[in-house]
Write a new protein. Sequence first.
Length: 67
Amino acid sequence: MNEPQCVLMDEPTGNLDEQTGEGVRKLIESLRDELGISFVMVTHDMKMARSLGRVLRLEQGRLVQEV
């Protein structure tokens, strides 16, 4: 629990203002780059999703990788 390899997140910035959300995004990037932690995030914020790497969308019950 103290050194996770993967963190699951559901709308981590959904109720945050833009500035605070940006801080969360930077923290996620830092943890990913410095500690090698992977993140699985569910979000409707496509700007956030695209800034963090691989993006999969749910379309008609199937996961589709965004190119």
